[in-house]
Ligand binder design. Structure first.
Ligand code: FUB
Length: 324
């Protein structure tokens, strides 16, 4: 599949998380909608209220099943507003959906909802994960019984309001020459419902072994963490936000550090860019979104998929976001 393909032409879906469970591909997107809220740097216009799940056993030529609404904000006891990018992990036959949501004080927390089936529906826990903050959880099943969550996002994602896992009096961005605010990562507890340790910084190093700086806006982390393994290496990928790139960095273990490698996807139509990388039936795919079908309305995004290819040295071939 060399040409990108839209997956859900009759609705607006974004921020895909994608996994293979029981030999099927499951897609867990955000569900965009027109709320009428004006666009601003806090992302108030991304006012999503539920999630759908999609599945297929043939992403190239098969149809996609829409399993309908699997979690609704009105059923989450601690909910304020804005269901953003979620992810799902499977352990011992149970499926755990991790989702960011503002609580009743307008602070993003990460919640968990549980199901016996990958397609849900998911039952939310009464409270958010203790010590959680910011947005965009992505969970790695490391295959050895350990599960790791990567999370965080700048600006509307509120990451600049924290240092060392503590809330600041007010938001604080590093100076351009200082290390960039990194994504966070944390091992999950055995029951998958809490953090097993304090979240740690995901350090992305440049070619000289120095952490990327805040002024390095074409390479530094902004939001949309994703992690996958290829040939025994850990590939941490993310969006650079205001420079609209999907980039990646490679490390030897889930904690990093990771060394910056390059661009996966050049800018798409629309402000945000977000993705998942997954292997299915012997091929690798980049799931992402753009705002072409909505005529550029950045809060109404459409899901896409395209094949992703590696070079022999393990680097990823860059894909054109506005390519046909
Ligand atoms: O969908 C809302 C936010 O937009 C996501 O959490 C970010 O990653 C960006 O895609």
């Amino acid at each position: 599949m060399k040409t990108p393909k839209y997956l859900v032409p009759n609705d607006y879906m974004a921020d895909p998380a994608v996994h293979v469970f029981n030999d099927k591909l499951y897609i867990y997107p955000s569900h965009d909608r027109e709320s009428g809220i004006p666009e601003n740097d806090n992302g108030d216009h991304f006012d999503m209220v539920d999630y759908h799940v999609f599945s297929t056993d043939d992403i190239e030529n098969g149809s996609l099943i829409d399993h309908g609404v699997v979690l609704d904000v009105k059923n989450i006891p601690w909910a304020g507003r804005q269901l953003w990018d979620c992810d799902v992990a499977c352990k011992n036959g149970k499926y755990y959906m991790y989702f960011p949501l503002k609580d009743k004080t307008d602070i993003f927390r990460i919640g968990v909802a549980v199901s016996d089936k990958p397609e849900g529906p998911f039952t939310p826990c009464p409270d958010p994960v203790r010590g959680s903050y910011s947005i965009d959880p992505a969970v790695l099943d490391d295959g050895d019984g350990n599960f790791y969550m990567y999370f965080g996002g700048l600006w509307g994602g509120q990451l600049q309001r924290y240092r060392n896992n503590k809330a600041l009096e007010s938001a604080c961005f590093p100076a351009d020459h200082e290390p960039a605010l990194p994504s966070l990562m944390v091992r999950l507890s055995d029951d998958m419902l809490q953090f097993a340790e304090e979240p740690r910084e995901v350090i992305v190093l440049d070619e000289h072994g120095n952490p990327l700086t805040a002024g390095d806006t074409e390479r530094r982390f902004f939001e949309a963490s994703w992690i996958h393994k290829y040939n025994g290496k850990y590939y941490f990928s993310y969006s650079t936000g205001d420079t609209h790139l999907l980039c990646y960095a490679v490390g030897d273990n889930p904690y990093g550090p990771f060394t910056y490698q390059g661009v996966i996807l050049t800018p798409v139509e629309g402000w945000t860019t977000h993705h998942a990388i997954v292997e299915f039936k012997g091929k690798w795919y980049l799931f992402h979104h753009d705002s072409v079908p909505s005529g550029g309305r950045t809060w109404l995004r459409s899901l896409k998929v395209v094949e992703l290819e590696y070079n022999e040295d393990g680097t990823i071939k860059t894909i054109e976001g506005r390519g046909k």
